[in-house]
Design a protein around this ligand. Structure first.
Ligand code: CAA
Length: 380
């Protein structure tokens, strides 16, 4: 049986997230984009409404929502502003490795506080020399009695300067390549942990992105998640959960651009009639509407698989690649429909185009998604 109707609870969640995006995020999005500032007051309100704790199981004090519920919410938040949505949902990415591989005690210690208090965690995988090649991590964690000595530099870390806790991937045995990677929970309060410079980005400028440095950080062995050597697979499983989330944000950005372009095409008069009267515009708008719907369906299917406890590696990459590429296409076409005005910062579509670019890059580029898909369809 296939059903496409949402439950009453899901409609209510979607509605709540939409109102939050319309009333709290959109009015401030341009200002924070322009200044590159982190809208703390918006995040606090989102936390109070439960918009930052949905993924945390009820037993740990969260709302215990599924991946599909999260996607419905994230589409709306990104419709408001992708940068704000990225920072608002980043705790989910950072804490998922603990939910996947942590013991009950670790979940209580390192996840439950995020349901009780407004705070941030960051997912520290990427390094200057290990982006797409996540297995090539140079950060090391050397066992020294009952602690690990952690040394390395992570880059492009979302919420890096604001996080109180980091989920850090490091090599415990460099001779083993990806099989030598392990993952640790590292509170920021540990000596030797320091956020580095904040990046000045093209888009998603309200989101915080920075380096995080680890210098001789003494991490207790009890902060290791799973066993030594399991880090790479934990990272990959986490990304299976995170990619539908980026896909739903891509749908939200594309939908925002589509709505603005359609409205503008009805208002903009050239050659004595609204430009919406031209077939050239019809075709652009029809393609946008069709592709947005296709991207949403791929996204919700991948999230639904995860909610069934099934592997969604291929479907998560389908959704992420299709939706991120679509967001880039739709936002570019929206700028085209706005013409010269679309290129100006006084109009909202150029921001959407800048924001969309990052969706094709973070959490695995569009090319890496195709690599994952090819492996899944040809080799597994
Ligand atoms: N689930 C479980 N296991 C998995 C898996 C998955 N989804 N994917 C791979 N594995 C396992 C494989 O079965 C294999 O196991 P064995 O060693 O036992 O055979 C092992 O992991 C290695 O797999 P591959 O051979 O496929 O690994 P690879 O090195 O060839 O390729 C890759 C891996 C797909 C390219 C991967 O490195 C990747 O996804 N890279 C992109 C990284 C990425 O997305 N980075 C984004 C960082 S997060 C971010 O952007 C956040 C932010 O703050 C904005």
């Amino acid at each position: 049986m296939i059903g496409f109707d949402l439950t009453e609870e899901q409609v209510a969640l979607q509605d709540m997230a939409h109102k939050f995006a319309a009333n709290e995020i959109r009015p401030k999005a341009a200002e924070h984009d322009h200044a590159g500032t982190f809208p703390m007051e918006i995040f606090r309100k989102a936390f109070d409404l439960g918009l930052m704790t949905g993924f945390i199981p009820e037993a740990l004090g969260g709302l215990g929502l599924g991946s599909l519920d999260a996607c419905l919410i994230e589409e709306e938040l990104a419709w408001g502003c992708a940068g704000i949505a990225t920072s608002m949902t980043c705790n989910g990415l950072a804490l998922t490795p603990i939910l996947i591989a942590g013991t009950e005690d670790q979940k209580k210690e390192f996840v439950a506080p995020f349901a009780r208090e407004f705070r941030y965690a960051s997912f520290c995988l990427t390094e200057p020399g290990a982006g797409s090649d996540a297995g090539g991590i140079a950060t090391t964690a050397k066992k020294d009695g009952d602690v690990y000595l952690l040394n390395g530099r992570k880059c492009f870390i979302t919420n890096g300067t604001h996080a109180s806790q980091y989920t850090v991937f490091a090599s415990t045995d460099r001779s083993k390549g990806h099989k030598g990677l392990s993952v640790f929970v590292v509170p920021r309060s540990f000596p030797g942990v320091s956020p580095g410079k904040k990046e000045d980005k093209m888009g998603q400028r309200a989101s915080d992105t920075s380096d995080v440095l680890f210098e001789d950080v003494r991490v207790p062995a009890s902060n290791l998640l799973g066993k030594e050597g399991e880090g790479f697979k934990i990272a990959m499983k986490t990304l299976d959960f995170a990619r539908p989330s980026v896909a739903s944000m891509s749908v939200g950005v594309a939908r925002a651009a589509f709505e603005l372009a359609m409205q503008y095409s009805k208002e903009r008069v050239q050659f004595g009639a609204p430009i919406a009267m031209n077939q050239a515009i019809h075709f652009l708008l029809a393609d946008m509407a069709m592709d947005i719907e296709a991207a949403r369906l791929l996204t919700l299917k991948s999230a639904w698989l995860l909610d069934q406890g099934r592997r969604s590696t291929k479907e998560s990459s389908f959704a992420k690649a299709f939706a991120a590429d679509l967001a880039m296409r739709v936002t570019t076409d929206a700028v085209q429909i706005f013409g010269g005005y679309g290129y100006m910062k006084d109009y909202p579509v150029e921001k959407l185009m800048r924001d969309a670019k990052l969706l094709q890059i973070y959490e695995g580029t569009s090319q890496i998604q195709r690599l994952v898909i090819a492996k899944e369809i040809m080799m597994r």
